[in-house]
Write a protein that binds this ligand. Structure first.
Ligand code: NAD
Ligand code: UDP
Length: 345
């Protein structure tokens, strides 16, 4: 059985559907700090099966041990953590505590129970921002570690901890997935990203403009060295991303021994500008997205996207969904779920 930490969240809830479809058994472990049981109810309806879950915090070793005692956990997919860049600058201790301390606690318990397979959610944010221009498309070997905020630093630290853990015990089988920009939602329109406050990221913001919750979008700069002057990113449909976790699990299960932690970019290998995303969303929603060009956002970089060839080579995975599909599914989710926060339990 796979333990899915943070399985009620945005990426976790999509991943459990794909794991179920692939025949894996799992149990979700989540403290619901940024999600709700309602998302698990909805997944349950999609897969037509009850979902096993235990409420708990990854930093709470006592509860975690109880879960390991109760279930036969052979591997972990570790999504749990805090993810808002701006908030991490304001509350660095809480980010290091949740993400870094939480992961250490989890790894200690895994070790105690001889559970040594883990897939970890890392991020393209670990790549050195100053070097992105030189190294885009970013390969897994591109330089990392010169992060610019506590969130990114926490991801980088965890990667280093996992590498050191492997050096100390090479029976661990570790896969680190570096996600690019996950967007979109399940085609049912019943689960998706549900930001608690004002969204910082482009897609949730565009969706809220389309649905009338926000008047207009601020486009942060149109004087970058890109085709139309706006920032370029590698957006990836969350269902494609979810499927990458199934491939990562298949891969770890097939290994007798891992030579080193596997690090894989999960992106499409394509870059899309802000204006291109607005255009695609307008087409998907049949709504006008009013926008204003404003100043560049501090710390933003012009352009980066993945080299996604290694994922194809090692995991046999590549993204299949287009930005039109990403926008159609985001829109379906957004228009059906105006007040999903109220359903939090
Ligand atoms: P999310 O906030 O929707 O999901 C995270 C889940 O973890 C939530 O359900 C939350 O309640 C839970 N959680 C948080 N702290 C916990 C703790 N201490 N103990 C137990 N549960 C806890 O976020 P997401 O977008 O699904 O992201 C999942 C993972 O992927 C995170 O580690 C995130 O950093 C990483 N990631 C996300 C993105 C992105 O843009 N969404 C990009 C790169 C990496
Ligand atoms: N962006 C924007 N307006 C917004 C939010 C984002 O113009 O309200 C731009 C941002 O400058 C970047 C791109 O959209 O070029 C993606 O931003 P996001 O925060 O989603 O991802 P990240 O920058 O963290 O990769």
């Amino acid at each position: 059985m796979i333990l899915i930490t943070g399985g009620a969240g945005y990426i976790g809830s999509h991943t459990i559907i794909e794991l179920h479809n692939a025949g894996y058994d799992f149990i979700v472990y989540d403290n619901f700090s940024n999600s709700s049981k309602e998302s698990l109810n909805r997944v349950s309806k999609i897969i037509k099966k009850d979902i096993l879950f235990e409420e708990g915090d990854i930093r709470d070793s006592i509860t975690l041990k109880k879960v390991f005692k109760k279930y036969n956990i052979a591997s972990v997919i570790h999504f749990a953590g805090l993810k808002a860049v701006g908030e991490s600058v304001k509350n660095p201790l809480s980010y290091y505590d949740n993400n870094v301390v939480g992961t250490i606690k989890l790894l200690e318990v895994m070790k105690e129970f001889n559970c040594k397979k883990i897939v970890f959610s890392s991020s393209a944010t670990v790549y050195n921002e100053v070097d992105t221009k030189k190294f885009t498309p970013l390969k897994e070997s591109s330089p990392t570690g010169k992060t610019t905020n506590p969130y990114g630093t926490s991801k980088y630290m965890i990667e280093e901890i996992l590498k050191d853990l492997f050096k100390s015990d090479n029976t661990f089988k570790i896969t680190i997935l570096r996600y690019f920009n996950p967007v979109g939602a399940h085609e049912s329109g019943t689960i998706g990203e549900d930001p608690n406050e004002i969204p910082n990221n482009l897609m949730p913001f565009i969706s809220q403009v389309a649905v009338g919750k926000k008047e207009f979008l601020n486009v942060f700069g149109n004087d970058y060295d890109t085709k139309d002057g706006t920032g370029v990113r590698d957006y990836i449909h969350v269902v494609d991303l979810a499927k990458a976790h199934v491939k990562a699990m298949d891969y770890l299960d097939s290994l007798l021994i891992n030579n080193k932690p596997l690090i894989v970019n999960i992106g499409t290998g394509l870059g899309s500008s802000v204006l291109k995303m607005i255009e695609a969303f307008e087409k998907a929603s049949n709504k006008k997205i009013p926008y204003k060009i404003t100043q560049r956002r501090a710390g933003d970089i012009a352009k980066y996207y993945s080299d996604s060839s290694y994922a194809k080579e090692i995991l046999g995975w590549s993204a299949t969904k287009t930005i039109d599909e990403m926008c159609e599914d985001s829109w379906k989710w957004q228009k059906n779920n105006l007040n999903v926060n109220k359903e939090r339990s």
